[in-house]
Design a protein around this ligand. Structure first.
Ligand SMILES: Cc1ncc(COP(=O)(O)O)c(C=O)c1O
Length: 406
C-alpha cells in the first residue's frame, strides 16, 4: 500500500521563537502593499539617510575591485581599516584603542549581535533605556537573555539618570546599553550626564557598558563618546559605530566595535562561524570614507537640521502633538497623548499610540511607527531623513487629520 507522505512539523528553536516579527517591518509591508495598489502613501518609517553614498567612496570601492581585493578578508577586518578606525574614534588620549581592539562587522547590527552572543547566557540582564531601537530587544531575546527596560520619559529628554540606572542594576546585570544620539528619541547625552552613569558603573564592577554611537556624526549639539569621559572603564566597554548613517552607506553593511581584546577575540570567533569577515569591497569603501574629505558630513548635517526644525515646528503647531527638539539622529519622537480619548471622523475613539498611527496611515496616508514598538507608549517616531517636499506634505496631512479629531 502506498501511504501519503506526511508534512513534517516545523518546530522553531526556542531562540528563534523568542524573536517577534518587527512592528516596523509589518508597517513597511502594509505601506508597500498599499503603494503597489496605487495609493498615495508617504512613509516616514525608515531610518536611513536619503542621500547617496559620496562619489569618492564609490570610486574607492570600484578601484578595490579592479585591484583584486575580492578574496576572503581577515575575519576581524583589514589591518588598514582597523588602524584608521582606532585612530579616528573619539577617545581620551590615555585610552586610545589599539587596532587589535577593533572588530569590523557586516553593519553595526552585527557588532551588537556578536557582542551579545559572545557574552550573554540565558537570563542574564541588559539594562536598556526606553525608548530603544527595536533590534536591541530582538537580539537580546535571541540570546535568551532578559531586557530590563527603564522608562525614560519626555520630561527628562528620554535620558537615563544615574539613580534610574542604580535602581535597575541587579547581580544578573551584564550590560548597560546606551545609545547617544538615540534612535528613536534623538536624545544626545552631555558629558556630565554620561559621567554620572559612569559613576554608577564604577560602583558596579560586574556591569559592562555598550555605547552605540552610530549617530555620532548626526549631532546638532556637542557629541561626547563614552570612551572620552570614562577612560578608566574601557576594559569593560564596547563602542559601536559604523559608516551606515554618517556616510549614507546602509547598503554596504559595514560597522565596527571597539573593546577590550578578550571581548573582541570572542566576537571574532562568533563572527567567524556566521559571516566571516565583512565584505572586502565595503571595507575598502569604509577606509575611503574615513580618510577622504569630511565636508560632506557638515553639509548633510545642516540639511538634516533644517528638516528637523521644520518638522518640530509643524507638529507642535497642531496643538495636539508635543515634540521635543532632539540633539541628534534624524528622528523625532512626539507625544500623541493629547489625542487619546478623541474620536476620528468615522467615530472610532483613539486609545493609544498604535491606534493614533493606524488612524494617520488610514486617513492621511502617512506611515509613522508607534512608540510601543520602541518600548515607550504614548509617542510615535517620525524619521525626517526624507525630501523636504515630502516632509511638508506629510506634516500638512498629519495636521489636517489631527485637527479632524473630535
Ligand atoms: C541605534 C542603531 N544602532 C545600530 C543600527 C544598525 O546599523 P547598521 O545599519 O550599520 O547595521 C541602527 C540602524 O537603524 C540604529 O538605529
Amino acid at each position: 500500500m502506498i501511504t501519503e507522505p506526511t508534512t513534517p512539523v516545523f518546530i522553531r528553536s526556542d531562540r528563534a521563537a523568542a524573536v517577534k516579527l518587527s512592528e516596523i517591518v509589518q508597517i513597511s509591508e502594509t505601506v508597500q502593499a498599499r503603494k503597489t495598489a496605487g495609493e498615495d502613501i508617504l512613509s516616514f518609517g525608515t531610518g536611513e539617510p536619503d542621500f547617496p553614498t559620496p562619489e569618492n567612496i564609490i570610486q574607492a570601492a570600484h578601484a578595490a575591485m579592479l585591484d583584486g581585493q575580492t578574496t576572503y578578508p581577515p575575519t576581524q577586518g583589514t589591518p588598514a581599516l582597523r588602524k584608521v578606525i582606532a585612530e579616528s574614534t573619539p577617545s581620551d588620549p590615555a585610552a586610545r584603542p589599539d587596532p587589535s581592539e577593533v572588530i569590523v562587522c557586516t553593519g553595526a547590527k552585527q557588532v551588537l549581535a556578536n557582542a551579545f552572543l559572545a557574552t550573554l547566557n540565558a537570563n542574564d540582564e541588559v539594562v536598556v533605556p526606553a525608548p530603544y531601537w527595536t533590534s536591541y530587544a530582538d537580539i537580546i531575546a535571541f540570546c535568551q537573555a532578559t531586557l530590563v527596560p527603564v522608562a525614560c520619559k519626555a520630561e527628562t529628554q528620554f535620558k537615563l539618570s544615574a539613580s534610574q540606572l542604580a535602581e535597575a542594576i541587579t547581580p544578573k546585570t551584564k550590560w548597560l546599553l546606551v545609545n547617544s544620539p538615540g534612535n528613536p528619541s534623538g536624545a544626545l547625552y552631555t558629558a556630565v550626564e554620561l559621567s554620572a552613569l559612569a559613576d554608577v558603573l564604577r560602583a558596579n564592577p560586574h556591569v559592562w557598558v555598550l555605547a552605540d554611537e552610530i549617530y555620532q556624526h548626526i549631532s546638532y549639539d556637542t557629541f561626547t563618546s563614552f570612551r572620552e569621559i570614562a577612560p578608566d572603564l574601557v576594559s569593560r566597554m564596547l563602542i559601536v559605530n559604523g559608516v551606515s548613517k554618517a556616510y549614507a552607506m546602509t547598503g554596504w553593511r559595514l560597522g565596527w566595535g571597539i573593546g577590550p581584546r578578550d571581548l573582541i577575540t570572542t566576537m571574532v570567533g562568533v563572527q567567524g562561524q556566521s559571516t566571516s569577515g565583512a565584505s572586502s569591497i565595503s571595507q575598502a569603501a569604509a577606509l575611503a570614507a574615513l580618510t577622504g574629505p569630511q565636508q560632506v558630513l557638515t553639509e548633510r548635517l545642516a540639511s538634516f537640521k533644517d528638516r528637523r526644525d521644520y518638522v518640530i515646528t509643524a507638529l507642535n503647531e497642531t496643538g495636539r502633538l508635543d515634540c521635543l527638539t532632539p540633539g541628534g539622529a534624524f528622528y523625532v519622537f512626539p507625544s500623541c497623548a493629547k489625542t487619546f480619548g478623541l474620536k476620528t471622523p468615522n467615530g472610532t475613539k483613539i486609545a493609544n499610540d498604535a491606534e493614533f498611527c493606524a488612524y494617520i496611515l488610514a486617513d492621511a496616508g502617512v506611515a509613522l511607527v508607534p512608540g510601543r514598538a520602541f518600548g515607550l507608549s504614548g509617542h510615535f517616531r517620525l524619521s525626517y531623513a526624507y525630501a523636504m517636499a515630502d516632509l511638508k506634505e506629510g506634516c500638512a496631512r498629519i495636521a489636517k487629520a489631527v485637527a479632524a479629531l473630535l
